[in-house]
Ligand binder design. Structure first.
Ligand code: F6R
Length: 258
């Protein structure tokens, strides 16, 4: 695991974008797993500036999608991918893939998304944020590490946290489709971005705590290629790990014990 700690959220976005740009430009085509939410917003902006201004051979795969929002709703993750990320990166809308949260049979929709991921050859790099409760995607605490794309219930904590994107908390959906933890672990590489004062506890549990269902992000300790980029606010409670010095950022296993 590599840990990069920056001064401020925007610098974290820039560091994450540099890492992404380096990997994307050396691959002829790139299957990018994308998180939505606030944490990776500046990463996508910086990435757009770092990539050459031509359509890239990038396919975007959403981690999750709310159930219950009408198609085209501004807060649906499909719209965020289309109007936000794909448009920033100058990508064809055909390159955007989202779990079908409008399907009448969520089990079938989950299986179909898993098959789509497999048919595309899997994800080259999965971008993740982390919930204050340690969730990744919408895999809330006690999600099984073997879980795959499926319908899940959102916790009240998650609904309250996401209510900032809606007029009231009652408008935040109660259910979502999410890739499972085993989908996330199947990505060739993972880039976790954590910024701000609501994330220290979750980050400590994820990278210094025991691997435990209570913190879904702790499953990332089982992955062979994880980079965590965070700002100093999110890193403020880390005690066991120290950040990777800039010169060693490209190497593996750069997190050292204090
Ligand atoms: C979003 C997602 C979530 C968020 C997490 C953090 O697609 O899967 O896991 O990454 O809730 O959200 P922010 O970044 O808004 O704090």
């Amino acid at each position: 695991m590599r840990l990069i700690v920056t001064d401020g959220a925007d610098a974290a976005g820039h560091a994450a974008a540099e890492l992404l740009a380096e990997r994307i430009t050396r691959a002829p085509k790139f299957r990018l797993g994308v998180a939505t939410g606030s944490s990776p917003e500046s990463t996508y902006r910086h990435l757009a500036a770092l990539l050459p201004p031509r359509p890239h051979a990038i396919e975007l795969f959403a981690l999750d999608e709310y159930i219950g929002l009408p198609r085209g709703h501004a807060q649906s993750y499909e719209e965020t991918l289309k109007q936000g990320i794909a448009s920033l990166l100058n990508l064809d809308l055909g390159s955007v893939h989202v779990p079908d949260a409008w399907h009448s049979d969520p089990t079938a929709a989950g299986l179909r998304y898993d098959a789509l991921l497999a048919n595309h050859g899997g994800i080259d790099l999965q971008i993740l944020g982390i919930g204050a409760n340690g969730h990744i995607g919408f895999n809330e605490p006690f999600s099984e590490f073997g879980s795959r794309t499926r319908r899940v219930a959102l916790t009240e904590e998650t609904r309250r946290a996401n209510s900032r994107f809606f007029a009231t908390v009652d408008q935040v959906p109660t259910y979502a489709m999410t890739q499972g933890i085993s989908n996330i672990l199947a990505a060739s590489a993972v880039l976790l971005i954590a910024t701000g004062q609501h994330k220290p506890d979750a980050l400590v549990a994820a990278i210094e705590g025991p691997i435990a269902w209570a913190c879904p992000a702790s499953a990332l300790q089982l992955h062979r290629d994880v980079t965590v980029v965070c700002d100093s606010a999110a890193a403020s409670s880390l005690t066991q790990t120290i950040p990777t010095p800039p010169a060693r950022r490209q190497g593996a296993n750069n997190v050292r014990l204090r």
